[in-house]
Design a binder for this molecule. Structure first.
Ligand SMILES: Cc1cc2nc3c(=O)[nH]c(=O)nc-3n(C[C@H](O)[C@H](O)[C@H](O)COP(=O)(O)OP(=O)(O)OC[C@H]3O[C@@H](n4cnc5c(N)ncnc54)[C@H](O)[C@@H]3O)c2cc1C
Length: 482
């Protein structure tokens, strides 16, 4: 990269906040989906909106592409660098700027972790509702970019429903404020456009979030089933009765075994389990619990086993949250798929996934937000077995076919990023994609802000998504991947 650009970046944000050493920048080569990798030329670590804007103006002027990065836990390659481009990492911007309990608002910098928001307001009896399983690590900036969800979004809504306003550095370096602390501003809903735009429209540097009062009572319960289909039927029946639990999560035998091995959560030995959380006034919780217990039995499951202590409740959730990572105990590699279906179709789609397992001879673990119909099939494979990673990817793609055939989506909450850009034409018409491209152009006419993500390009459509395969020259030790 042009040394003059590096010098100007250092002048703007401080010498120590611009990394160029190969060993240092390599740490930013991928996100949580490690199959996509690219080492950036430099990493900029601003502390303020002004520093971020200054860095963006320098890169914009020099025509250098850049990508915003939070904690790098994304599962679609969204924060992967553009080769020879720059990563602007917001992880040092981790101040809670203002807590306004009277108006149920909190203002944070984008590097604040999801969990830290709830921790900052817990003493006031409030919490921040969207709760991705990665909440202890992932950043609010990343949550805004991905419109992240979580177990409790069934009742409380997704990130979109909790972001009231943002400060954003536009791709030309201008600083704008979209939305605000008060509800329903006039004009186009540009905030709605930005939330979920996967870092392609600008860099968010401050976020005003809505807070939710902590409910007076909360019951966490488990029900065991002989089949995923029976558990899926129970979920549909719960919702069909007009019951809205705070969370309904499902795990199959494989993910139960993995989670048990990792955290010893005390899950039952069964083919499928539902983890149901009910919150609200105590009397209401008891009534809903009785209904959930009855519905689970009617669907062929066990009755509801209630966590009796806060520690037991925490352990049940720990097992669920650890499930992705725990898959490493049962498979050398796995690919996390993310698709959505109408929850009434859970049974047939889960059966379809079982049939794909048999057809491909690969195991698929299922752990997901059942109440939202948001599937997370974990396709297990061994990258050292020739051809297996390709088969795993094909299987994962066939799962998306199942979702689309049911009127669902190619992603629920992990985003499109680099990984699924080539799947977008399977879900959207050419006209719809062209409109999206025009929206993007309106924000970023030069195409420097996270290019190659979200929308398909001819180049990406020709690429094979998924695990990185070393070039023969690299395998022979004649070249190194940068
Ligand atoms: C074990 C595990 C469990 C997970 N569970 C869930 C879950 O339950 N629900 C869920 O929704 N996701 C989940 N995820 C995915 C991931 O944690 C979320 O997508 C999260 O929001 C990413 O945040 P991050 O800070 O790591 O973002 P990054 O990975 O750093 O970036 C993600 C995207 O956001 C953009 N971005 C980051 N910061 C900014 C900013 N300030 N301004 C503009 N764009 C920005 C990046 O360019 C990129 O496109 C999980 C991931 C893991 C590894």
């Amino acid at each position: 990269m042009d040394p003059d650009v590096i010098a100007r970046l250092r002048a703007a944000v401080g010498a120590g906040a611009v990394l160029t050493e190969p060993a240092a920048v390599r740490a930013y080569e991928c996100d949580g989906l490690t199959g996509h990798r690219a080492v950036p030329a430099a990493v900029v670590l601003p502390l303020t909106t002004e520093e971020t804007a200054a860095a963006v103006r320098i890169l914009h002027g020099a025509g250098i592409p850049y990508v915003a990065r939070g904690s790098g836990t994304g599962l679609s390659g969204g924060a992967v660098a553009i080769s020879d481009g720059v990563v602007i990492c917001l992880a040092r911007m981790r101040s809670v700027l203002a807590v306004d309990i009277a108006n149920e608002r909190v203002t944070v910098q984008p590097g604040v972790t999801n969990l830290a928001v709830s921790e900052a307001v817990a003493g006031h009896g409030y919490f921040y509702a969207p709760d991705p399983s990665s909440g202890a690590v992932c950043s609010i900036g990343g949550n805004v970019a991905e419109n992240s969800g979580g177990a409790h979004c069934l009742k409380y809504g997704f990130t979109l429903h909790h972001v009231c306003g943002v400060t954003m550095v536009c791709p030309g370096g201008e600083v704008v404020r979209l939305g605000g602390a008060v509800a329903d501003p006039p004009g186009y809903d540009l905030l709605g456009v930005v939330v979920g735009s996967e870092g392609t429209l600008g860099i968010v540097t401050e976020v005003i979030l809505r807070l939710v009062p902590r409910p007076p009572a909360c019951i966490t319960t488990l029900a065991a089933f002989d089949s995923m289909e029976a558990a899926g039927a129970a979920v549909s029946a719960i919702v069909a009765e007009g019951i809205l639990p705070a969370a309904v999560e499902m795990m199959d035998r494989l993910t139960i075994e993995a989670a048990e091995a990792a955290v010893n959560a005390g899950y039952p030995d069964c083919e499928a389990l539902l983890l149901v959380e009910i919150d609200g006034p105590e009397a209401e919780c008891r009534t809903v619990l009785a209904a959930v217990d009855r519905i689970c039995r009617e669907a062929g499951g066990s009755g509801a086993r209630v966590a009796t202590t806060a520690a037991e409740r925490a352990l049940l959730w720990k097992g669920r949250r650890a499930a992705f990572a725990a898959m490493g105990r049962v498979s050398p590699d796995y690919y996390v798929q993310d698709g959505v279906i109408p929850r009434t179709r859970l049974g047939p789609v889960l059966r379809g996934i079982r049939e794909l397992e048999l057809e491909f001879g690969l195991r698929v673990g299922n752990v997901f937000h059942a109440g939202d119909g948001n599937l997370h099939p974990l396709v297990c494979y061994d990258g050292n077995v020739p051809g297996q990673s390709e088969r795993a990817l094909e299987l994962a793609g066939r799962i998306l076919d199942l979702c689309l055939a049911e009127g669902g989506s190619i992603t629920g909450e992990h985003g499109v990023g680099l990984d699924k850009a080539c799947h977008m034409p399977r879900m959207f018409s050419a006209d719809a994609l062209a409109v999206m491209a025009r929206v993007r152009d309106a924000f970023d006419p030069e195409g420097l802000c996270n290019p190659g993500k979200l929308l398909p390009t001819p180049r990406l459509c020709g690429e094979v998504p998924g695990p990185y395969r070393a070039h023969p020259i690299e395998t022979a030790g004649l070249a190194e991947r940068l």
